[in-house]
Ligand binder design. Structure first.
Ligand SMILES: [Zn+2]
Length: 1112
């Protein structure tokens, strides 16, 4: 019934759109974009009167007037903490009423329409309860979040062809009429990448130190001058070097609104590959630093001018951090052009699942291609370039571009020309106000470049402000001043829902390469995230026994790597090496602090982790244990974890594992095969554990004289060399298969995978007793792209091993495993398939681990072709949190059909869902019905001309981890016409969590444990639909408890037992604790709100204080 209704609405919407497009064309000459009007730079034709009249300007008057303006605005910023709620909540009160039309009505008198007109008919607001049944989501509805603009509809509608020639530019834009007053805020900024062509440290030493000093000194000398800054990672370095006097002055500039921090994260994070844990970490790092050192600078505006594609999850984060608005930039040129033409670059960004719009945030998209001076002043970059005054400090550039300074003889002509650009830009905005970013990457490293900007704009500002006929006010400003201004304009902003992937800046240049570029470091990032999260939780429970310096340094390194040229893999080689060095340092720090915390809690010493990373380009390896040892195994998930553990032991001993009370543990002994390599000197002891929530459990590894653990049976397929067989035969029951063999089936009744023994390819998958037929291919795309762009040719090459691939199969009571080694061209790929016989509480899955050593140019992908009738849809996650549907579009090139997969992708039909969960981010696509393919690694032989200047060929052997789930769906079949708001199953969340956060094992000499506790539980389980995101030490015995409420589908119910029991938070802890609601940002005051507001898909934050009452 609902689907029928929605179909009708869509049909109506489409009809309406067609009619509007027709109208739009008919009135083309008077519409916003007048296609046929010739470019006309003659100012007098636009402002004939003013061009004649005002040729003078008055410095004194202007100086006074801008001062007055400023001091008025100081008040608003001065008390930012208090105002934050009021200021933007008022705004939200104005606009959060759903405007409820399916399609926008185009501006009728488009040139001059002040506000966009919407169908005001109130559609019945859909009650959330209809779709949110008990704890899970009924997901058959579409677009029911009352948004005016669904990006998915827009993508459906746009041709993605005709506009390719001008890349979404608006050279024929008409200015807003003179009768409408325009307010212009010139906002000096400098975009500083914490690592790209140069390293973070070198950029600081060479550029950022100078530019921050220059801007500060200039602001101290010029009272009407203002500026903004974004990256706390750089700013904190500068702050450390400043005298107390400078710091006090900066605080005064912030109080007066002459300096503003935007976003205030440690970096401006990438939005495609990043995970919510790390995004929260980097935001908290930035805001905590500000709270401690510079609390006068409370960021109020989100700022993402350079990330290559944008995620609505950042809108949720920004809303959580108390921002009133946000500014974004890099959106596909066709989408951007369409939104701009319809005056929709300012909108309230709504989460797909947020029926009530409680997390909406006012968002503004820069309408032009870039954030640099040459493209922000207006639609014509050739004109803007002539106002790029900072370039005077680069003689070559200023000469090439014929830059001229503003003089008394040219001020009129120069003023009118730029005013024309501003007024044209204003035509794309709703409130007759624009802010113009003045600056570029690392701008203002020369003091003279600020003077040039200031001194050349100043006479023009005065000229314009002093001519009433121009009806314009121009001033130096900050971004929050701009948003405060438009907030007062009573404009009703449309509601937009959806994501902005995959980004393209011109032609068929889609930025989908960086979803996979340098996967080794993307994997290392996730290993570090897990390691840091575990360290945080363990540290919180043994807090204050050691200093927080090490923890802070590890946090800051993880944060640094979230930068949009770091985790993206788009920095130069030397910079990547520098990041790697830092990441490894942070990893070792976390291992050290975790181990120390475990030892302190358990009252022991001398333990070390059973895994390690020997060097920056090495994968995690198992240490070989050659003595009897005590094992301490910790899990920091806030629920029970049933999982297989693997340790490596010297093959000379007959080791077995038992609990510390000497009770037995199911276990088996496997040949030591790591990343496809066999080590005859060691063997793997594989055992099954059942670990309570947030706990440390004690086990022993002892030499029992003879084998207690069961030895696995080994099958060798397609092995030409007998040496491996011979070395295995002495230890294991071994069978070799040569020319004739049947299918290889791993697993049993509930979960199984079938491989073709000749080709080694997967044929069938079964989990939860559901079976899917699969053809699995490994393929290589040729690629003319580089670090950012994926530019495949029309076909990809299927990779087959010239000889039959070697397969080692091991079968035992704990698990079956197949290790397949593929050799093609000069590259190697090892695929390890694992099926556990003990199905854990999350249900069954097939594990796939890959190790690829890519030596050939191109993009290496694994493609699963299944018999699932998935239509043209694939579902992928955004930042590990929200699920976004994408439909294959033949009108886009292959590269435009690839999307980021930070952790999850699935395809489904009416009865089944196939999910692939990953431990690291990848690019993913579904290029045909039933297909799902993941890029594993890439290597390019050329640069893609986006400034990096290097090809990407520094590949190293790279691991990746996946879990594959086949789940039954019990819900009416979704129509393939519809866009769905979807959710993972609860089982899928749990499976992913245990993949991302495996148990941590340390070993030490037997007899060290002072108490004989088998298990120390530190925190009780959360309700089964809640996740412990972080338990982060703040100060003075206080930790920030961050939880996430999972939004999961009702259509899949594979979890047999689930405890939804809500707890009093204090009951979670063994000790007495004080708990207070606290906003995410430490810069804000503790709030009165109650945890009862904590709903599915939301995060919650509390401060938990141990032992003593909170003292601030
Ligand atoms: Zn950047």
């Amino acid at each position: 019934m609902r689907i029928m209704r929605m179909k009708k609405t869509i049909a109506l919407g489409v009809l309406l759109t067609i009619m509007l497009i027709a109208l739009y064309h008919r009135y083309g000459s008077s519409s916003l974009i007048a296609e046929d009007i010739e470019r006309d730079h003659s100012i007098s034709s636009i402002f004939p009167e003013s061009a004649e009249k005002n040729s003078h300007f008055n410095t004194a008057v202007q100086h006074e007037s801008s001062k007055t303006e400023s001091s008025k605005d100081f008040l608003a910023i001065n008390d930012a903490k208090e105002n934050l709620e009021n200021t933007f909540n008022q705004n939200s009160a104005i606009v959060s009423k759903p405007s409820n039309s399916d399609r926008l009505v185009a501006p009728q008198n488009a040139n001059h329409s002040k506000t966009v007109s919407y169908d005001q008919t109130e559609k019945e607001m859909k009650p959330m309860q209809d779709d949110f049944i008990g704890r899970c989501w009924n997901t058959s509805g579409i677009h029911e979040n009352n948004a005016d603009i669904q990006v998915s509809d827009l993508v459906e509608k746009l041709s993605f062809q005709s506009e390719d020639t001008n890349h979404g530019q608006f050279r024929n834009l008409q200015p807003i009429p003179k009768s409408e007053k325009l307010t212009v805020f010139l906002v000096p900024h400098s975009h500083c990448d914490p690592g790209w062509i140069e390293t973070y440290d070198y950029y600081y030493t060479r550029d950022v130190r100078r530019l921050l000093t220059n801007l500060y000194q200039f602001a101290m000398e010029h009272h009407d001058f203002k500026y903004i800054y974004a990256e706390v990672s750089f700013f904190s370095l500068w702050w450390k070097e400043q005298s107390d006097n400078v710091r006090q002055n900066m605080k005064q500039l912030a109080r007066e609104g002459r300096f503003e921090f935007v976003q205030g994260g440690w970096v401006q994070n990438d939005e495609a590959n990043t995970h919510y844990f790390a995004i929260l970490n980097q935001m908290l790092d930035g805001h905590e630093w500000l709270k401690k050192n510079f609390p006068e600078a409370v960021p109020r505006i989100g700022w993402a001018i350079d990330p290559f594609g944008l995620s609505p999850f950042m809108a949720q984060i920004n809303s959580m951090f108390g921002f009133g608005a946000m500014h974004i930039q890099r959106v596909h040129y066709s989408v951007k052009r369409h939104l701009a033409e319809n005056k929709q670059i300012e909108f309230r960004w709504r989460q797909s699942w947020d029926w009530k719009g409680e997390t909406d945030i006012l968002t503004q998209m820069g309408p032009f291609t870039g954030y640099n001076s040459q493209s922000t002043c207006g639609p014509d970059p050739d004109i803007c370039l002539h106002y790029h005054f900072a370039a005077f400090t680069n003689p070559k550039f200023s000469k090439d571009r014929n830059l001229v300074r503003t003089t008394s003889s040219n001020v009129k002509e120069r003023s009118l020309k730029i005013l024309d650009q501003w007024r044209k830009k204003a035509a794309l905005h709703s409130a007759n106000a624009v802010f113009i970013e003045t600056g570029f990457d690392f701008s203002y490293i020369f003091k003279e470049s600020i003077s040039e900007v200031y001194n050349n704009y100043k006479p023009m500002m005065e000229y314009i402000n002093n001519d009433p006929d121009l009806n314009t006010q121009v001033k130096w400003g900050t971004v929050s001043e701009y948003f405060d201004h438009i907030k007062n304009s009573n404009v009703k902003f449309p509601i937009l829902s959806g994501d902005f992937f995959t980004y393209s800046d011109r032609l068929d240049h889609y930025w989908s390469g960086y979803f996979t570029t340098r996967p080794f470091f993307k994997n290392l990032d996730r290993v570090l995230e897990s390691s840091l999260r575990r360290t945080e939780v363990l540290f919180a429970f043994h807090r204050a026994k050691t200093s927080t310096d090490k923890l802070t340094s590890a946090r800051n390194i993880l944060s640094l790597f979230q930068h949009h040229d770091a985790i993206t893999g788009t920095a130069q080689r030397k910079v990547v090496n520098d990041y790697a060095d830092k990441l490894l340092r942070a990893y070792n720090t976390c291992e050290e602090v975790s181990t120390e915390a475990i030892q302190n809690i358990m009252g022991t010493s001398g333990f070390q982790p059973t895994k390690h990373r020997p060097g920056i380009k090495d994968m995690e390896k198992l240490r070989i244990l050659d003595k009897t040892v005590e094992l301490l195994i910790s899990s920091t998930l806030a629920r029970r974890l049933t999982a297989v553990q693997v340790i490596s032991v010297n093959s000379q001993h007959n080791f077995q594992v038992m609990r510390s009370d000497e009770s037995t543990v199911p276990q088996q002994i496997e040949p030591a095969v790591e990343y496809g390599k066999f080590d005859s000197g060691s063997k793997h002891l594989v055992f099954w554990t059942d670990l309570p929530s947030v706990s440390i459990s004690a086990f022993k590894v002892i030499d029992s004289g003879e084998d207690q653990a069961e030895r696995v049976n080994v099958e060798l397929y397609n092995f030409n060399s007998k040496s491996l067989a011979m070395s295995l035969e002495s230890k294991f029951h071994t069978v070799s298969y040569d020319s004739s063999c049947n299918d290889i089936v791993l697993g049993g009744e509930k979960v199984a995978i079938t491989l073709d023994c000749k080709s080694s390819r997967v044929k069938k998958l079964k989990t939860d007793e559901r079976e899917v037929a699969v053809v699995q291919d490994v393929l290589l795309y040729s690629d003319k792209g580089g670090a950012y762009l994926f530019l495949p040719g029309s076909t990809s090459q299927l990779l087959t091993d010239s000889s039959r691939p070697e397969i080692i199969v091991t079968r035992g009571p704990i698990r079956d495993k197949a290790v397949v080694t593929l050799k093609f061209l000069s590259s190697t790929m090892v695929l390890t398939y694992i099926v556990n016989h003990h199905v854990g509480i999350e249900g069954g899955y097939v594990e796939l681990q890959t190790m690829v050593d890519l030596r050939n140019s191109g993009d290496l992908a694994i493609r699963f072709k299944t018999d699932i009738a998935s239509g043209d849809s694939i579902f992928t996650d955004l930042n590990g949190h929200t699920i976004q549907q994408h439909k294959y579009k033949s009108k886009l090139h292959t590269q435009g059909n690839f999307f980021p997969m930070p952790s999850t992708a699935f395809i489904q039909d009416s009865s089944m869902r196939l999910s692939i969960l990953s431990s690291e981010p990848h690019g993913v696509a579904s290029l045909d019905q039933g297909w799902i393919e993941i890029i594993i690694d890439r290597r390019t032989s050329q640069d893609d001309l986006r400034g990096l200047g290097e090809s990407i060929n520094d590949n190293v052997p790279t691991p990746a981890g996946f879990r594959i789930l086949v789940e039954p769906r019990a819900e009416k079949p979704p129509s393939t016409d519809l866009y769905l708001v979807e959710f993972p199953s609860l089982a899928s969340y749990w499976t992913l969590q245990s993949l991302q956060h495996p148990a941590f094992i340390v070993s030490g000499a037997l007899g060290q444990l002072k108490n004989q506790t088998t298990t120390m539980q530190l925190m009780k389980s959360l309700p089964c639909d809640e996740e412990l995101v972080n338990f982060r030490y703040v100060q003075n015995q206080t930790c920030q408890l961050i939880r996430r409420k999972l939004g999961f589908t009702c259509a899949i119910n594979t979890i047999s037992s689930c405890d939804y029991q809500d707890l009093q938070l204090s009951e979670l802890f063994r000790e007495t604790v004080w708990i207070e609601e606290h906003p995410f940002s430490p810069l804000h005051q503790a709030s009165e709100s109650k945890a009862s507001n904590f709903k599915a898909m939301q995060f919650s934050s509390q401060y938990v204080t141990f032992n003593s009452q909170p003292n601030d």
